[in-house]
Design a protein. Sequence first.
Length: 591
Amino acid sequence: MTRREILGNIARLGGAFHRAVDPFQCRQALLAFKASLNDSAGALLLDWIESDSHPCRWTGVSCHPQTTKVKSLNLPYRRLVGTISPELGKLDRLARLALHHNSFYGTIPSELGNCTRLRAIYLKNNYLGGTIPKEFGKLASLRILDVSSNSLTGSVPDVLGDLKQLVFLNVSTNALIGEIPSNGVLSNFSQHSFLDNLGLCGAQVNTTCRSFLAPALTPGDVATPRRKTANYSNGLWISALGTVAISLFLVLLCFWGVFLYNKFGSKQHLAQVTSASSAKLVLFHGDLPYTSADIVKKINLLGENDIIGCGGFGTVYKLVMDDGNMFAVKRIAKGGFGSERLFERELEILGSIKHRNLVNLRGYCNSGSARLLIYDFLSHGSLDDLLHEREPHKPSLNWNHRMKAAIGSARGISYLHHDCSPRIVHRDIKSSNILLDSNFEPHVSDFGLAKLLNENQSHMTTIVAGTFGYLAPEYMQSGRVTEKSDVYSFGVVLLELLSGKRPTDPGFVAKGLNVVGWVNALIKENKQKEIFDSKCEGGSRESMECVLQIAAMCIAPLPDDRPTMDNVVKMLESEMMLSPSPSDFYESSSE
């Protein structure tokens, strides 16, 4: 055997030995983490047993299937008390560290900078002090960093600006001081990333820095991180009771509407409000291969048999052209309209908006006592139908379908919030307003209609423009609506996707709750597993828990604590990148 062959064999044996002992090293690092907890009663992490040689089976631990190295440590809401062991820095393949909403104290170990594969760090709502480690500057793959609601001091490290992959940063509600660096990606973050740090200044928080140094904070000056659990619970009960009362009112209102419809309007056809001589048809996109006369003729033939849905803004019909192409026609009564010219101008704005995850408004027909809005037809119907109706002829939604619906609809809402001019607040985000095409690509519908149809209505009408169960607390209590109200509603949609339950499921209402209250109660009891839909196939527990974390951010009681929709998109996209993929199973043995 040649010298080269001998050295090659030694190298291969060395690599095999490295992989063989790695589970032991990971196990020792995890046991050191457990030992740093205050657990004199031995009641925490009961399945983390030293004699167990397979830590990948322990609670909160996920591993790479080939290398068996720890990939994720996911232990939020576990009521853990203690320090974070520096030994975690030996988990060299760790991609996600989620220890938020516990009671960790002490400092953030600088050794975490050795975990160069880290992509997400969640340490929110603990009692951590000290500074943000400069060693985080070595985490080139880091995309999410949330250390908010702690007692961190010092400044924001400028090395964070070098993290080119960082898309979400939250250092709010700490005791940080000094000028926020504006180098690199740090210039991309708004004041929402730095709220409630009275000592911070800089362009991101719209505060000019003084030319002299501020006095250093003493330990007595550092405030305990604010806990919002009590406020959240109070707001939850108010919201839940309001939901129950108004839901009962709406049920009675619906019965009354059905009675009137059956008595006076059951035989009425759409043709009765549309005539060829009086109809005014306006098309926003010139790519339709039909004349106005063709479309008006087809609209005149629509009747009860063509109804495919009834929503808060009107009845929806399916319009089938001679060549087989289909459109959705929404009939809206004119009773609540303001200025005719203003309404048409607003429709022109909505008709000009095009995005792959928004339903195209093709045009409108103005006739008689109603307006008919013409949209693209989406063959798979609404997300609400596919999640909750489970009709035999309709496909069920696996985890990949649900994630596709979440990311796509988030992109559509983000486009309305950040890329439209003027910006558009939807006001009625819900699963029935998310429609899916034949490829399960989601399209958000009814954007702009809530504002358009309630512009001249009373204060109370504006408050109930949305759908109960999805409404943000501030919207319910004051009628104040912002982009963050949409974020809250989207968070409820995420909970729907995770649980397979409607926001006002009878099981919740009977207990005076909605889906937000139900989820919050299960999280407090460490029963997250009961949240997830058992009929959802293909999703890992780890991936579902991470989406639950994003949903929890979206449904924060205070609007300022919620992320923006563009950040929600980035976090969901990061979650897809962190989910198992073929590359996770075929990694180089040299690493």
